[in-house]
Design a protein around this ligand. Structure first.
Ligand code: NAI
Length: 259
């Protein structure tokens, strides 16, 4: 399915990123892994970088080979990290890396952003999202302060993922003349090293959602959807956010609408 394709995978050293890298190789692709933590597993080449830092991303972009057929932006930090860091890694750094790499991607490349169920409520945050459109590394502290983001538990994470879902939709046709598409995948709670961070942040909400769920997700539930979007089977899927959440979005929508 991915024979002859080279895919850049950020967050390749753990959890969903590691499983995605493993699956890309299983399907015949070549993996260029990026993470702050070094690994030699599931990757053909590895580049260490801190995706919360502009300087580190600049250095990384200079080193990465041109011509990749895909970029899976999976690296992320949980809501227990400081608000500035969450927005830097999960939104500003991701967008900045994308801007540095997209010209060098092969025509027809697929870009997949790892968003989250936490981004599903973006319609309620449109003004905040618009205010973050041109947000760069230097502006993050001020943005967090202005929107009182650190004052509400987990808001940094929810905001970053909401903005990521919206940015993915906004880029539905940005590189259409080159056949480059961008989509997002939004998992519910997944058993990785950061699951407990989510449960701690969500508190009662997490308990309630556990009650209606048969189980948490696993990286093996999520990675195949990322790989599907990276493959040549999906050229007309553009600007879409695919929930991989055991039915949680459907459950909320049905309940909300009395269905
Ligand atoms: P994980 O902690 O297992 O993997 C995240 C990877 O990103 C790690 O290898 C980490 O070193 C890397 N990373 C973090 N900050 C970095 C930085 N500044 N520079 C470079 N690399 C960095 O977590 P998991 O669960 O696999 O998360 C992957 C993505 O999935 C994240 O974007 C997360 O927000 C998202 N997600 C996770 C869910 C879950 O319940 N585990 C649910 C929904 C979305």
């Amino acid at each position: 399915m991915l024979e002859g394709k080279t895919i850049i995978v950020t967050g390749c050293s753990s959890g969903i990123g590691a499983e995605t890298a493993r699956l890309i190789k299983q399907y015949g692709g070549t993996v260029i892994g990026v993470d702050r933590n070094e690994t030699s597993e599931n990757v053909d080449t590895f580049f260490q970088a801190d995706l919360s830092s502009k300087e580190s991303i600049d250095k990384l972009a200079d080193q990465l080979p041109k011509g990749a057929n895909g970029l899976a932006s999976i690296a992320g930090v949980p809501p227990t990290a400081p608000a500035d860091t969450v927005i830097r890694v999960n939104l500003v750094g991701l967008k900045y890396l994308n801007s540095k790499l997209v010209d060098g991607l092969a025509d027809g490349a697929s870009i997949v952003n790892l968003a989250s169920l936490a981004g599903a409520g973006w319609q309620n945050a449109v003004d905040q999202i618009k205010d973050a459109e041109g947000l760069d590394f230097d502006g993050v502290e001020d943005f967090v302060e202005r929107h009182k983001i650190a004052e509400s538990q987990g808001r940094s994470y929810f905001f970053a993922k909401e903005a990521l879902v919206v940015w993915t939709m906004q880029n539905r046709w940005t590189w259409r003349d080159r056949g480059i598409r961008m989509n997002a995948v939004s998992p519910g709670a997944v058993e990785t090293p950061i699951l407990q961070d989510f449960l701690d942040t969500l508190g009662k909400k997490a308990e309630e959602s556990r009650k209606v769920m048969d189980r948490w997700g696993t990286p093996e539930d999520v990675a195949p959807v990322v790989v599907f979007l990276l493959s040549d089977m999906t050229p007309w899927i553009r600007g879409v956010n695919i929930p991989v959440d055991g039915g949680q979005v459907a459950n909320v929508l049905c309940n909300m609408n009395g269905l």
